[in-house]
Ligand binder design. Sequence first.
Ligand code: SAM
Length: 273
Amino acid sequence: MLVYRLQGTLDNEELAAQLWEAGATGLEERAGHVRAYFDERTELDAALAGGEWLEEESRDWQAEWKRDLKPVTAGRITVVPSWLLSVVPPGQLPLIIEPGMAFGTGHHATTRLATEALGTLPLEGRRVLDVGTGSGVLAIAASLLGAAETLGLDIDPVTIPVARENAELNGFGDRAGVQRNPRTGGTLTFQEGTLDGEEEAGRYDVLVANLYAELHDLLAADYRAVLAPGGPLVLTGILLDKLPLVRVALEREGFVDVQEQHEGEWALVTARA
Ligand code: SAM
């Protein structure tokens, strides 16, 4: 394991940014020194001079895996594991996700695209539904962005306690099963289940779902039913070659203003009810 060790702390955001830029795969602070992990020895610019390269034997695979995680910036939000909170740039909203059993650390293109898309919507005071919440990342993002009421649904029961724990890490306190955003007072609820046609019509102002194209096709009528008129719909998890399925489903259900964004093999589709 290759480490570049130099004096300083991770409170020094400029130093951290320079090390990421130089190709560090992870940063750590120990006893007044920053340790930057690299895959190979790199020519560092003058601002990073004065440190030393160390070849260390690596034994702690769990810790190494953790170090390899970088913060993910998605619009106004930076998703980080708790041990990297100090490297979130000023002005960004930190969203802590502990990598665990549920999908959604922010590293997948679809999560990033959806988080970014949420950041462009006026969510203050809105009711948001996140279908397929996984780690809770998109529901927590919506609440941090000002939503008044957010519900995260997932058919996989394993995800619900994980999502609640992630909300807790972000300061959401719990009262009678309902968590609250400590800054805005907005409520955040995670529930096992899916859209089953039983929901109150027009209940939500915004719906986000990172599932897959075939499911969006199946659920499109329910999306339309639960969204208030004009409500934005944000769908991802869609492979590019499956886009036509989603386009046809949205047209069939009367969604308008359908727009697409691509990243690699993935697409995000937005529309209005
Ligand atoms: N929202 C997170 C994100 O954006 O990173 C996680 C998305 S992950 C790709 C999809 C999640 O949807 C999984 O946790 C899975 O259990 C859940 N899921 C799959 N089918 C579902 C359905 N019909 N209704 C609700 N959730 C579903």
